[in-house]
Design a binder for this molecule. Structure first.
Ligand code: HEM
Length: 149
């Protein structure tokens, strides 16, 4: 079970990362170019927030049930704080990613509520942009980029 969920979590990272970059680029283009709000803008926001939700679910399954890293951290949480890898996965990774999930959802809700197209694009650009920043900072880039098996 652990290798399957780790494999999925590793690959879904790319769906999230690509969806994030495309959604932010499109929102910036709409905001700065004063474009109208199209169905594609809504679909990109939906893809970004949904892929983030799936990734959070996989991550929480690893965090709570499967990961030997978090299991080791939970054995002695105080001592884990002085180990860079244990602290990263037990605290920093989850914290930044939960912030990203919240920013993604708030960005989508507020941009849907806004009445003017420029405001919709601006809100999406800023909040999706901040979420993307948190994601890029918290991805463990030292682990395999493309995990096979
Ligand atoms: C609340 C949300 C999340 C939680 C609780 C979580 C939890 C975890 C845990 C516990 C691990 C270590 C697994 C192990 O090696 O035993 C891990 C690894 C990883 N996480 Fe997350 N994660 C979350 C969100 C995300 C997001 C949003 C991304 C990227 C978009 C991401 C990308 C990764 C990557 C790339 C790895 C390394 C996978 C590998 O070694 O192949 N995580 N995560």
């Amino acid at each position: 079970m652990y290798p399957v969920v780790l494999f999925l979590h590793s690959w879904v990272r790319w769906i999230v990362a690509v969806a994030a970059v495309v959604a932010v680029a499109r929102a910036l283009y709409g905001w700065l170019g004063k474009k109208g709000w199209a169905k594609l803008d809504d679909q990109l926001g939906l893809l970004f927030s949904t892929s983030l939700d799936v990734q959070m679910l996989l991550g929480l399954i690893l965090y709570i049930f499967l990961s030997p890293i978090t299991r080791a951290a939970f054995k002695n949480f105080g001592a884990a704080m002085s180990d860079g890898t244990l602290r990263f996965f037990a605290v920093e990774h989850i914290l930044y990613m939960v912030i990203a999930v919240v920013l993604g959802h708030v960005g989508r809700t507020l941009s849907k509520k806004a009445t003017q197209a420029t405001a919709k694009h601006r809100i999406a650009a800023i909040l999706f942009g901040l979420a993307t920043l948190a994601i890029l900072l918290a991805i463990p880039w030292s682990r395999p980029l493309f995990r096979f098996g």
